[in-house]
Ligand binder design. Structure first.
Ligand code: ADP
Length: 491
């Protein structure tokens, strides 16, 4: 047993409610599996609606006292949690690799990224500001203040087990909101470890309540329909996001939705191809392609398509695939068998419609949910993977034609032909073209000659069916604050 096993043995597998670790009322537990080996890592509490009710009531009971704490004290809890996480990078990374599969080097990168949300929001906690104006007729002063929205429901996916949690918990703590938090059933261990770190950092009992379950519909449904939570912050599929929006309507709850993406990756005729290939490796292969920001559709000008495809395939072929915990591995397993089946189906469909396989295109034999890094060229725009989040290591390249402004409009039509609008990547060395394309891409974020947009200092989020609201940056904390304005007559 390596460092992961030792750390996992120390993680409390129960629910974390009111500062205490408690088993599910039913006593049920579920298995957490290592996707690289199939090994069972731990059994954690499997909560139902009754546990959910207790957890939310706890959050409700602590809201008033928590909101009354000083911004500085909340800030210092987040600073301490940031430092505790950074003092335990290897340990936390090994747990993430074990339960989710990403290579250790990437997991360490996520620990730093995830911890940074706590430092960022520690800095924001003491800078919550308002506004002051006077009415046009001079009769009233307008004093705009901010207050915590109240008890929040936080729901996270499995692909970034630490960072998706800290990105929501950080601003909620900073703003003075209490929380019920339901991590993904595939990756609960990192969240349980995080709860313990926050306790050690001084977060008062009852502010954060963590509920693990294999029945998210029952647990979250209980919370959504209680009328007691004031806000839901969700990261996950568009399908579940739409369900939560419908449920939120019942009590007109505030919502933040980080949903799916279908990112276009545009390589213009004037792009620096080596730089575009570097960007593609990040935008496609970060997290083994399992990110809502993953480049899903590569639109490459026909004049540079062969060079780009060949260079990308060479880089993809050179990657080492294996157990993320092993030295030198660059590509881990996908999170579960279903994910490999889906990738396989999408590749088969594209090939049946005429795509060429430049590299990969196979699932290796043996244990673990692996798929070979794959480059497909001449993909037909009607292929299923153009309208589906691939969530795997497959780059689908579609050439586009035209000169000058015609090429720009042609690629925009392709790129915007999707209900999603999270992020787009744009590679060009022409400033005017970058300005035009970024202005007309229907997305919330644009990577200009870079394959990475995620950063705690930036407002992460999408438009169209990719979601509502922003996480991180100056806007992140606003999602957890209500505005209250005072009209004060001028004497
Ligand atoms: P993914 O495809 O990334 O797993 P999901 O949207 O299924 O996306 O999962 C994201 C999060 O949403 C997970 O924590 C999952 O447990 C939760 N979830 C799934 N179904 C529901 C539901 N019916 N109600 C609330 N949360 C759900």
């Amino acid at each position: 047993p390596g460092p992961a096993a030792e750390t996992i043995a120390r993680i409390n597998p129960d629910l974390y409610i009111d500062g205490a670790w408690v088993p599910a009322l039913s006593g049920a537990r579920f298995d957490v599996e290592n996707p690289a080996t199939g090994e069972i890592l731990a059994q954690v509490a499997d909560a139902g609606a009754d546990d959910a009710r207790v957890a939310l009531q706890t959050a409700v009971d602590h809201q008033t006292a928590w909101a009354a704490t000083s911004p500085r004290s909340r800030s210092e809890i987040l600073y301490r949690a940031h430092q505790l996480i950074m003092s335990r990078v290897d340990e936390i990374a090994s747990v993430m690799t074990a339960e989710m599969g990403k290579p250790l080097a990437e997991a360490k990168g996520e620990v730093a990224y995830g911890a940074e949300f706590f430092r960022w929001f520690a800095e924001e906690a003491v800078r919550i500001g308002g506004d002051h104006t006077t009415t046009g007729d001079g009769a009233n002063r307008i004093i705009v203040t901010k207050q915590p929205v109240g008890p929040c429901i936080l729901i996270t996916p499995w692909n970034f087990p630490l960072a998706m949690g800290t990105r929501k918990i950080g601003p909620a703590v900073a703003a003075g909101c209490t929380m019920v938090f339901k991590p993904a059933e595939l990756t609960p261990l990192t969240s349980l470890l995080l709860a313990d770190i926050l306790r050690e950092a001084g977060l008062p009992d009852g502010v954060l309540n963590v509920v693990t379950t294999t029945d998210p519909g029952a647990v979250v449904g209980e919370w959504m329909e209680s009328g007691k939570a004031r806000k839901v912050s969700f990261t996950g599929s568009t399908e579940v996001g739409k369900l939560l929006l419908r449920q939120a309507a019942g009590s007109v709850m505030r919502t933040s939705m980080e949903l799916g993406g279908n990112a276009p990756f545009i390589v213009c005729a004037d792009a620096d191809i080596d730089r575009a290939v570097d960007g593609a490796m990040v935008a496609k292969m970060r997290n083994i392609g399992q990110a809502c920001t993953a480049a899903n559709r590569f639109f490459v000008h026909r004049s540079v398509a062969a060079e780009f495809s060949e260079k990308l395939a060479a880089r993809m072929r050179a990657l080492t695939v294996g157990d993320g915990a092993a030295d030198g591995v660059q590509v881990g397993p996908l999170v579960e068998t279903k994910a490999v089946d889906k990738v396989d189906r999408l590749v088969t469909d594209a090939v049946e419609r005429g795509a060429q396989i430049s590299c990969g295109g196979t699932r290796p034999e043996g244990p673990g949910h692996f798929y070979q890094p794959t480059v497909l060229t001449d993909v037909a725009p009607g292929s299923d993977l153009m309208s589906t989040e691939i969530f795997g290591p497959v780059a689908a390249i579609v050439p586009f034609d035209g000169d000058g402004a015609d090429a720009d409009d042609a690629v925009l039509a392709l790129a915007n032909d999707t209900p999603w609008g999270l992020v787009g990547y744009l590679f060009s060395s022409d400033v005017d073209r970058v300005e035009y394309l970024s202005a007309h891409l229907e997305v919330g974020m644009v990577g200009v000659n870079t394959g990475l947009v995620s950063n705690p200092a930036a407002p992460f989020g999408g438009i169209k069916e990719s979601g509502l609201g922003r996480e991180g940056g100056r806007l992140g904390i606003e999602e957890f604050l209500d505005v209250k304005y005072l009209a004060v007559p001028v004497r």
